[in-house]
Ligand binder design. Structure first.
Ligand code: CAA
Length: 386
């Protein structure tokens, strides 16, 4: 039975910061951010945008195509949750009018959360062939003003509908996992921004890539040449570029250019929004699908490298399904990115500072988010309203 991604939706914030302007404000050469880090812009979430609104908005993109009678599972992967107890997925389920009979919960393992959900959904659909699942990776990456991680912030959600005989990509059996208990990135309960040892994190990411990639190749008797493209978790695109160089080093001359070109296509959206944490790998995949054009053909194998700090890595792969192009929303995504409101550095700093404040028990918020999209409308007795 073929199981995989049948539909995929993407949402990001209404506001962004141009990283050339951030570089100038921080007294850094703009090429450090553009080339050295590999990012152009970053999404900035205001008070009315959180992981729930992003998750809802990304799923609304394809929900009309889903037969709700068959939906059995809704999983939200996140590491920037809005409650220590209640799952974000319950707010999402309510807003989307999904059946009360589905199983729904939130998953956490840093940026690996959506992959954990995806693998559970794959197994669920295999065990329940008449059922389908929705898996969402939704996050807001915040490191803090004037920190070295500031340029690698971002926000957004990717939502995937998982079904048998999928329209976009069918996953191969198996996966290669690797984990170790380390401190490269973490966010204690009393912190609103992340703590990170960025250089150590890159080192571990590359080590985990090499381990899981090699294990997957051995497991499935493949070589690097058997991949038309490899997509990566991209906290910033330079990190993925370093991993792709390791993959390319194992490829023949014929495959090198293809893997390098397709890597560039997979970074196009990430460069514009920054780190999506759990959604980041799947945004790389979407970016590849919507930007590679003739470089991608149905029937070809695409690799996925998922990484969550702490740390957990996994490599898996899938085969592109014939006609996948018809199920993408390239124009919608490009319009969404081009219609965002640009913030000055001062405006970004104000928005950022506001979002770190504790809210009172009761508050009503209004929003300038695009009409038709969900926003966080405030809370009563600390219970959130959307
Ligand atoms: N032109 C071009 N390139 C330049 C340049 C210039 N003018 N100036 C510097 N550079 C290059 C440097 O040579 C360097 O390149 P290499 O990496 O190839 O060596 C690059 O720009 C960055 O320079 P620095 O290392 O000096 O930058 P920095 O000290 O400011 O730190 C960083 C960069 C480590 C990425 C930092 O921004 C950071 O810590 N970011 C957070 C990283 C992160 O997100 N880690 C977690 C990843 S996994 C994840 O997402 C976690 C999860 O599970 C939640």
């Amino acid at each position: 039975m073929k199981i995989g991604i049948d539909r995929i939706g993407f949402a990001t914030t209404n506001k962004y910061l141009d990283l050339d302007e951030l570089a100038n404000a921080r007294g850094v050469d703009p090429n450090k951010f553009k080339i050295g880090i590999g990012q152009n812009k970053m999404a900035v979430a205001d008070m009315t945008e959180d992981i729930v609104t992003l998750a809802i908005n990304s799923t609304l993109e394809y929900l009309d195509d889903v037969d709700l009678a068959k939906l059995g599972l809704l999983i939200v992967g996140t590491e920037s949750g809005i409650d220590q107890s209640k799952s974000a997925s319950l707010f999402v389920k309510e807003a989307l009018n999904l059946p009360n009979e589905i199983r729904t919960f939130e998953v956490k393992e840093a940026c690996f959360g959506a992959t954990a959900g995806l693998m559970m959904a794959r197994d669920y659909v295999r065990a329940h062939p008449n059922h389908t699942a929705i898996v969402i990776g939704s996050d807001i990456a915040r490191y803090g003003l004037n920190t070295s991680g500031e340029v690698t912030q971002g926000a957004g959600a990717v939502s995937m509908f998982i079904a048998q005989e999928p329209k976009i990509i069918a996953f191969e059996e198996g996966h290669a996992s690797y984990s170790e208990d380390i401190n490269d990135f973490w966010r204690p309960n009393n912190f609103k921004t992340a703590l990170v040892d960025g250089k150590y994190s890159t080192e571990i990411y590359l080590k985990f890539f090499q381990k899981t990639f090699d294990a997957y190749l051995n497991q499935n008797k493949l070589t690097a040449d058997d991949f038309t493209a490899i997509t990566y978790h991209l906290p910033f695109t330079k990190m993925g570029l370093k991993a792709n160089r390791l993959a390319v080093a194992e490829a023949s001359e014929d495959s090198k250019a293809r893997l390098e070109e397709n890597f560039e296509y997979s970074t196009k959206y990430g460069r514009e929004v920054g780190n999506l944490y759990t959604g980041s790998l799947y945004l790389s995949f979407l970016s590849l699908l919507e930007n590679a054009g003739a470089n991608l053909q149905a029937g070809k194998r695409i690799g996925f490298f998922s990484y969550g700090s702490g740390a957990m890595g996994e490599f898996f792969a899938g085969e592109l399904v014939s006609g996948y192009e018809q199920y993408l929303n390239k124009e919608l995504h490009q319009q969404m990115l081009s219609e965002r409101t640009k913030l000055s550095v001062a405006e970004y700093e104000n928005v950022f500072t506001e979002t770190l404040k504790d809210l009172p028990e009761d508050i009503e918020l209004s929003s300038d988010v695009t009409a038709g999209k969900y926003y966080f409308a405030g809370q009563n007795g600390f219970a959130r309203n959307y």
